[in-house]
Design a protein around this ligand. Structure first.
Ligand code: NAD
Ligand code: HSO
Ligand code: ZN
Length: 428
């Protein structure tokens, strides 16, 4: 991995350049061509792209209930138990995110309030290009169901030997309503605009590679989206108390997701930096997904060595990583210094994959520096709010002058007259 040892100001510049959201123009163009074709040709465009990108000829995108039930019934009991444990922890965490709205009747004659309503139909993208992601189904479908979403549909790339049974079983465990075998930008376009066999949704959520993340950005406005949840990232802050072998393993746990995944270490100890660098090389050689992880480590990974503990946090706040591990002595005392991160893992036993699978907080998280302004996927992503107002005549009378004054300041005479009509005043 590239090791940088420079002043904090120079490192901030380097980090900002390396984590900048430079849109990949070629990917943008590819994705907009795909979306246009799906809008124009519907299912036939989806079939063409599935053959081209995933090498699978599809006759029916929707999986039958029989296929899903049989995957569930025949699932290895150990896998089923693990999924059920994950479901329990994800559910108990996300139940706490439920919002109820409010009614305010503090002023005489005035009723104001806000209702929280679930979305009707949402589409969950479940990645499936180079790995299967049953855990991602639990992370997206369970919060949707807790929010009260009526129809939860999944899109996921087709596989030559059929979709992984654990993916199908996870969908059943999470209460998913339909599964469509279509992936990439074409699946996002289908969810956004609808085709003959896939009805459009109100919101698309879920992670995916650069094509998926770019497509979500491009269809935003036609439908809502959760966030930019692209190639995975791990930022680790470590001091001399950390174990270099464990740090290397954790960096590779995210590097193996995608050639564009970002593994980053910031430390105040040069010896640790060098040890982690050598250990990453050693562990890479024996990692089954060596090719993907090596590209990620070489092209996107780096180690920054700073002088002070505080500098580690300053610099990591600039990175704004999807996952942040804090591997220093007494990690909780630094929680207040962390401003930008999707999810924080404190101490040596909170290794990142704990959060990927069973701890309970969501693993669908903002990437590419967007943790500066985005949050983890949650129950709040599957609801919208509607406010309501009721006034009695005396209550309106008390505020009528303010309304008509503001309306006339804005040059909107019709607004003023609508209020005055409640008190018998009409204009000829
Ligand atoms: N941020 C998060 O919360 C989070 C969570 C889980 C996974 N992830 C990320 O999800 C991603 C999963 O990626 P994946 O590739 O395994 O699966 P994927 O399903 O996201 O992408 C596969 C699809 O990409 C499309 N595609 C591939 N090459 C293409 C090309 N040249 N042109 C057009 N389309 C093309 C194909 O349609 C294919 O079906 C990884 O980047 C992983 O890091 C992120
Ligand atoms: N680390 C991924 C989020 O970036 C989530 C995941 C699912 N399975 C394994 N990992
Ligand atoms: Zn992961």
């Amino acid at each position: 991995m590239k090791i940088y040892q420079k002043s904090i100001n120079e490192l901030e510049q380097i980090v900002q350049r390396k984590t900048m959201q430079l849109s990949d123009l070629k990917v943008e163009q590819t994705v907009s061509d795909i979306i246009k074709k799906v809008i124009e040709n519907g299912d036939s465009a989806l079939k063409e792209y599935e053959e081209k990108f995933d090498g699978v000829k599809i006759s029916d995108f929707k999986l039958s209930q029989g296929v899903i039930d049989s995957a569930y019934d025949n699932l290895d009991p150990e896998v089923k138990d693990a999924l059920l444990l994950a479901k329990r922890n994800i559910t108990s965490f996300h139940e706490k995110e439920k919002a109820t709205g409010f009614i305010d009747s503090e002023q005489r004659g005035v009723l104001r309030g806000q209702k929280v309503l679930p979305l009707k139909r949402v589409g969950l993208y479940v990645p499936g290009g180079t790995a299967a992601y049953p855990s991602t189904i639990l992370m997206s479908a369970l919060p949707a169901k807790i929010a009260g979403v009526d129809q939860v549909v999944i899109v996921t790339p087709p596989q030559k030997d059929g979709i992984n049974p654990a993916v199908l079983a996870a969908a059943k465990i999470a209460g998913v309503d339909s599964i469509y075998q279509v992936g990439g930008a074409q699946a996002i376009a289908a969810l956004a605009f609808g085709t003959e066999s896939i009805a459009r949704v109100d919101k698309i959520v879920g992670p995916g590679n650069i094509f998926v993340a770019t497509a979500k950005k491009q269809v935003f406005g036609q439908v809502d989206i959760d966030m930019v949840a692209g190639p995975s990232e791990i930022g680790i802050i470590a001091d001399s108390s950390a174990d270099y072998k464990q740090i290397a393993a954790d960096l590779l746990s995210q590097a193996e997701h995608d050639k564009r995944a970002r593994p980053i270490l910031i430390t105040d100890n040069l010896e640790l930096a060098k040890a982690v660098d050598a250990e990453v090389d050693r562990q890479l050689k024996v990692l089954p997904r060596e090719k993907i992880a090596t590209a990620s480590v070489n092209d996107k990974g780096f180690i920054a060595v700073v002088k002070e503990i505080d500098d580690m946090f300053t610099l990591m706040n600039t990175v704004a990583p999807e996952h942040l591990e804090v591997q220093v002595e007494n990690p909780t005392q630094y929680l207040n210094q962390i401003k930008n991160a999707g999810s924080v893992f404190l101490g040596k036993y909170a290794s990142e994959p704990l959060g990927d699978y069973v701890a309970g907080p969501n693993h669908i998280l903002p990437t590419g520096g967007t943790a500066r302004f985005s949050s983890p996927l949650g129950v709040y992503d599957f609801v919208k709010r509607t406010s309501f107002i009721q006034y009695t005549k005396p209550a309106l009378e008390k505020e009528a002058k303010a309304i008509t004054t503001l309306a006339r300041v804005e040059g909107l005479e019709g607004h003023a007259r609508a209020i005055e009509s409640r008190f018998g005043k009409f204009y000829d």
